[in-house]
Design a protein around this ligand. Structure first.
Ligand SMILES: CC(C)(COP(=O)(O)OP(=O)(O)OC[C@H]1O[C@@H](n2cnc3c(N)ncnc32)[C@H](O)[C@@H]1OP(=O)(O)O)[C@@H](O)C(=O)NCCC(=O)NCCS
Length: 184
C-alpha cells in the first residue's frame, strides 16, 4: 500500500511537493511545522503538538496500522500533515477518521483537497468502508473543502468542544464519506 511513496504531486498552479509517510526522523521538522501554525488553528486541536514531548511520543510510537501520517514536503520543510486513524478491532474497524493540517502559506492552492484525496485512496486500499472528519461547525470554509471532496455533514454535536484559549463551547460538525462505491 505504501510502495508508491515518496510521490511527487503538482498543484493546479504548478507548485510541486513530495508526499510520503512520516518517519521517526521527522520529529524536529514536524515540531517546527506545528509551532509555525497560526494561533487560530491551535484553538481546537485535540492535542498540543507544540509540546515537544508529544511529537517525540508520536515518532517513538509510530504504528501505521493505527495512525498513518502522510506528510507533504518541499525543500526540507513540512507543508502538510494528514493523518488516517483507524481502530484495529471492534465495531468501528471499517471506519477511518482523517485530520488534515496545511501550512498557512500554502493554503487555498488545492493541497488540502489533494490530501483528502490521498487519504481517501489509502482508506479504500486499506479496506475501510467509511471515513469521518470532525470539524468546528463555525469553520464553514473548512467544511466546504471536505464536502467538495465527497464528505456529507451527518450530525452536529452541540457545545461539544472548548476553545483551548478562551474556554468557550463550540459545536462540532461530523462529516462522513462513504467509500463503499469507490474502486480500490
Ligand atoms: C482546511 C484546510 C485543510 C484546507 O486546506 P487548503 O489547502 O486551503 O484547501 P484547498 O486549497 O484544497 O481548498 C479547497 C477549496 O476551498 C477553498 N478554501 C479553502 N479554505 C478557504 C478559506 N479559508 N476561505 C475561502 N475559501 C477557502 C479554496 O479556495 C478551494 O476552492 P476551489 O476548489 O474552488 O479552488 C486548511 O485550511 C487547514 O489546514 N486548516 C487548519 C486545520 C483544519 O481546520 N483542518 C480541518 C479539520 S481536520
Amino acid at each position: 500500500m505504501l510502495e508508491e511513496y515518496p510521490k511527487e504531486v503538482t498543484l493546479k498552479d504548478g507548485f510541486s511537493c513530495t508526499l510520503r509517510p512520516m518517519v521517526c526522523d521527522d520529529q524536529e521538522a514536524l515540531y517546527r511545522f506545528f509551532v509555525s501554525l497560526p494561533e487560530e488553528d491551535r484553538r481546537y486541536l485535540r492535542d498540543d503538538p507544540t509540546d515537544r514531548r508529544l511529537v517525540q511520543k508520536w515518532c517513538r510510537e509510530l504504528n501505521y496500522n493505527k495512525v498513518l501520517p502522510i506528510l507533504a514536503e518541499h525543500e526540507g520543510s513540512i507543508l502538510a500533515n494528514a493523518t488516517l486513524h483507524r481502530q484495529t478491532f471492534g465495531w468501528g474497524k471499517h471506519v477511518g477518521e482523517i485530520r488534515i493540517t496545511i501550512a498557512a502559506e500554502v493554503r487555498q492552492r488545492g493541497l488540502g483537497s489533494q490530501m483528502v484525496e490521498e487519504l481517501s485512496d489509502l482508506a479504500v486500499r486499506g479496506d475501510l468502508d467509511k471515513l469521518c472528519a470532525r470539524i468546528v461547525a463555525s469553520q464553514s470554509e473548512v467544511i466546504k473543502v471536505f464536502e467538495k471532496n465527497g464528505f456529507t455533514q451527518v450530525a452536529i454535536l452541540k457545545n461539544f468542544v472548548k476553545d483551548v484559549y478562551l474556554g468557550e463551547y463550540q459545536d462540532i460538525a461530523v462529516l462522513v464519506k462513504d467509500l463503499s462505491q469507490t474502486e480500490g
